[in-house]
Design a protein around this ligand. Structure first.
Ligand code: TYC
Length: 102
């Protein structure tokens, strides 16, 4: 009787460090040619900002040269960068967006 169900034992690891996945900052860079309204539209469209927030962040980039526009997992950060770069290229603006490990 029985005997053909194999070993059902489970090994449970109870200790050890839990490593959270690294986060990545998405950076928007200033340039002399991309229209301010286009940058505001990018921040609204891809980073979920309202118009006032987007305008404020755009001005920060314009004045300081760069700003962090969001912090995401590696995959989401890569997607945001690609979306912004594709959108800028489509409208032939030189806007640059990059990511770096936090
Ligand atoms: N410096 C640009 C201008 O004067 C505006 C600008 C802001 C461009 C932010 C890029 O990431 C940027 N038209």
């Amino acid at each position: 009787d029985g005997g053909d169900e194999g070993d059902t034992s489970v090994v449970v690891k109870t200790r050890g460090r839990t490593k959270r996945p690294p986060l990545y900052k998405v950076l928007l860079l200033n340039d002399d040619y991309t229209p301010m309204e286009f940058v505001v539209a990018v921040l609204e469209r891809f980073f979920g900002m309202n118009h006032a927030q987007a305008f404020e962040v755009m001005l920060t980039v314009h004045k300081k040269g760069v700003a962090v526009v969001g912090v995401f997992s590696h995959e989401i950060a890569e997607t945001k960068v690609a979306q912004v770069m594709d959108f800028a290229r489509r409208y032939q603006h030189p806007l640059q967006c990059t990511m770096e490990k936090e």
